[in-house]
Design a protein around this ligand. Sequence first.
Ligand code: CMP
Length: 140
Amino acid sequence: MALERTFSMIKPDATRRNITGKIVDRLESAGLRVVAQKRILMSKATAEAFYAVHRERPFFQELTEFMSSGPVVVQVLEGENAVLKNREVMGATDPSKADPGTIRADFAESIGENSVHGSDAPETAAEEIAFFFSGSEITG
Ligand code: CMP
């Protein structure tokens, strides 16, 4: 199996509670390697552009306000089957439905403030990585 890359974001509820390192430890312990990372504050417009696919959803305003309410840590993760592995480590979107031992089961506060985002497919990963990173910022 070839190495794959995925996009990951540690959300404002997690940076606010100073648990960035705890979350990175979960990712690294699962065999994912952080090959790019930066802490940024997204504007509302940037959050709206990133989540444009959800524009018609009833929670779009709540989502983009929350995602621009505090710092996020955007990352590129590399590993075998990285997209699927990251989704397994994150757990289900709704923390009440996430498997025990996953990041969202252990850290998320609600379905909206759910500590992490991860790409849902390799094609989405490529788009989301390119949204935040230039090629020279990624060093495997
Ligand atoms: P994420 O993986 O970042 O992708 C879209 C996000 O929308 C999702 O995680 C949740 O944080 C958020 N979301 C999904 N459903 C709801 C909801 N019902 N209410 C608020 N936010 C939601």
